[in-house]
Design a protein around this ligand. Sequence first.
Ligand code: 5IU
Length: 277
Amino acid sequence: SSPHLCSYADRADKHKNPAARALLQLMVKKKTNLSVSVDVTRKNDFLAIIDAVGPYVCLIKKTHIDVLEDYDQTVVEELQALSKKHEFLIFEDRKFADIGNTVALQYSGGIYKIANWAHITNAHAVPGPSIVTGLASVGLPLERGLILLAEMSSKGALTTGTYTEEAVRMARARRDFVIGFIAQHRMEGIGARETDDLTDEDFLILSPGVGLDAKGDAMGQQYRTPAVVVTECGCDVIIVGRGIFGTGRDIDVKEVQKQAQRYQTAGWEAYESRLSK
Ligand code: 5IU
């Protein structure tokens, strides 16, 4: 049966990629499928939010380390310490998009050295399979996992039809490293050819564009509830940003914590009702 009808625990036992397995195990242990997207520009806010939401999340999605205006090496050190303290994995939403050779350099080097600390990162499928080859050359030895962007949540996104199908084919060809998708639906079997081996195909579906209150923003973002995303569409991880830390410039840590707890509960209840369907 489709992986989303199995428990996260069963899927953890079967998954071949260490990052995917670790993520699923954390989800079970902490009873959470919530990933918080920490899109703030100041280091102190960034770390304060992560410390506050840490107990409620399986994954911290850093929207682009390059958004931080006061980045220095200590950010990564503190992030790693928080990841151990609260037991969550780190997802750098870098959205690589170049040829294999270039992305290998971007992933391993530069100022950020993403591969050293991000358990999971992501890439666009636009360049074709070479982008996966390039990233895998760096990430596989470090037991990392890659997420491909198969569908985007923004209005008018071009990631539809054959584009999505080809992205899934690229993932299918590298199931050792590609652990799933940023998408709005399940992807198993999409674009499959008769000769493809679909045994144990299990892609983690991470879905952004999740909100309990707002329907969208002024720049084309579209929100769905955890019940729609997880129960109806079968996605595995909900990614929530402003629904948790708000839209104001000042961060209210108590409120952030309260919202994280609220989304954790909503996401987990949606998962439990999916299993009991
Ligand atoms: N994000 C999306 N939609 C997408 C992709 C990424 O919203 O299709 I790919 C990112 C952008 C932002 C987060 O970092 O997910 C959603 O934040 P809000 O919950 O604040 O809208």
